[in-house]
Design a binder for this molecule. Structure first.
Ligand code: SF4
Ligand code: SF4
Ligand code: FES
Length: 432
């Protein structure tokens, strides 16, 4: 431990930690835009500038290591003015069309501009906007602030779609191939989108087609993931009731799919033969793109959600099926197979609720029977977890993997004959 002083108050900090880490641990706020712990520590945005007594220049807190007796100021006049100039530079290259942005109200850049008194209207500039693609992952280059988070997080997933292209003032983030992400190996894991601090990466907005469907006659069924409750801050009962107010005839627990149909693909297990779960569509894309040798081992069964939609159609006839899930890849699954009519992400669903329903007045309701109970799709939190399945007197070697970095390790080892599993279940989400 070392002794440091931040803004005149003494603190202990772990040796070799950064000033940013020490500040966070001690509850002192330092603004950041590009920093992602252990993933993106590149010092690109200069928002975390601090003043260290005895040093002429301001330094980046995320790149500066603490030392005994260090005296730090995190919000002196000099620091705040420097951060302001950096923000102005960022904003001058950003399209600043906040009203139509998917991150409006939830954007780190917007918040910092407000906190530092930057009037974005003063920076309406000639940054050109391009036509948005209709792929599940949409990139709006005119909003990119070059923080490199997407580059690092996609590298962490071992996919490596993005890169810093060019140098100097021409430097920009683009796909390594120059093609669209979906043609550059993108698995639709959604990690880059989740970590982009502005609206430069977003999920395709499918609310217009859902609104149109809600205005038409016919039965509309919503498959709602309980994970949406945590992410929107509303209890699930309120979301169920609100979905009914939007016009959905039935609202089912989307996680029921994992409980009711989760076992069907393990019925296909055969001794000494590999079976890869088809539950996570991003994992399917990962296997197809990077391990084509195993493509033929992907379970031919529909994913649990698609099976649930089939079951509901069998019971109720032709229904319009919409799913709300915190999972970008399900939009891709919908595009490829079409059993689900539309997939909304959490932000899209929250947007519909905000504009159409008085959430404060909504009384909670339960999911409709018979699909009320469910199980999360990615159980367990270990990166790689081996287990066995007993079936017809045989024991099968299985592994559950989280994150594509770990999936690559396991599949590489299998390819090189180091390990063998009969069932591999991959969730593309990064642990934590
Ligand atoms: S797309 Fe987003 S995450 Fe990637 S560099 Fe631009 S602002 Fe950062
Ligand atoms: S969705 Fe995943 S794989 Fe695709 S570009 Fe983003 S991080 Fe990379
Ligand atoms: S957060 Fe430190 S430079 Fe971006």
């Amino acid at each position: 431990m070392v002794n440091i002083t931040i803004n005149g108050i003494e603190y202990f900090a772990e040796e070799n930690s950064t000033v940013l880490d020490a500040a966070v641990k001690n509850g002192v706020f330092i603004p950041t835009l590009c920093y992602l712990k252990e993933i993106n520590e590149v010092g690109a945005c200069r928002m975390c500038l601090i003043e260290v007594v005895g040093e002429k220049k301001l330094v980046a807190a995320c790149k500066t290591t603490v030392r005994e007796g260090m005296e730090i100021f995190t919000s002196s006049y000099r620091v705040n003015e420097a951060r302001k100039v950096n923000l102005e530079l960022i904003v001058s290259k950003h399209d600043n069309r906040c009203l139509s942005c998917s991150k409006n109200g939830n954007c780190t850049l917007q918040t910092l501009c407000r906190d530092y008194g930057i009037d974005q209207n003063a920076y309406i500039n000639d940054v050109k906007t391009e036509k948005e693609s209709s792929a599940p992952l949409v990139r709006i280059a005119s909003k990119c602030i070059g923080c490199l988070r997407c580059v690092s997080v996609c590298e962490k997933q071992t996919v490596g779609v993005w890169d810093l292209i060019g140098t100097g003032h021409r430097a920009r983030i683009d796909t390594k191939t120059g093609l669209a992400p979906e043609q550059s190996g993108c698995t639709l894991c959604g990690q880059c989108l989740k970590n982009c601090p502005v609206g430069a990466l977003k999920a395709r907005d499918d609310t217009p087609s859902v609104r149109k469907m809600l205005s038409e006659v016919g039965k509309k069924v919503l498959f709602l993931s309980p994970a949406v409750a945590e992410k929107t801050g509303y209890p699930i009962g309120k979301l169920v009731a609100a979905a009914k107010m939007l016009g959905f005839s039935f609202v089912y627990n989307a996680a029921a799919a994992n409980k009711v149909f989760g076992k069907t693909e393990t019925d296909l297990l055969q001794k000494n033969k590999l079976l890869i779960s088809s539950g996570c569509y991003a994992a399917i894309r990962f296997v197809r793109n990077f391990f084509p040798v195993f493509s033929g081992s992907i379970a031919p069964t529909k994913s649990p959600l698609r099976q649930l939609v089939d079951a509901v159609r069998k019971e109720q006839g032709d229904v319009y099926a919409v799913a709300v899930l915190p999972c970008l890849s399900k939009k891709g699954e919908k595009d490829e197979y079409g059993d689900v009519d539309a997939v909304l992400g959490v932000e899209e669903f929250a947007k519909m609720l905000k504009s159409d329903v008085f959430m404060d007045k909504v009384a909670e309701k339960e999911f409709d029977a018979p699909y009320q109970e469910g199980e999360p799709c990615c159980k367990g939190s270990k990166p790689i977890e081996e287990f066995t399945i007993e079936k017809d007197g045989e024991s099968y070697a299985c592994v559950a993997v989280r994150g594509l970095e770990n999936a690559r390790k396991v599949l590489d080892d299998m390819k090189n004959g180091k390990v063998f599993y009969e069932y591999v279940k991959i969730s593309a989400d990064i642990v934590g």
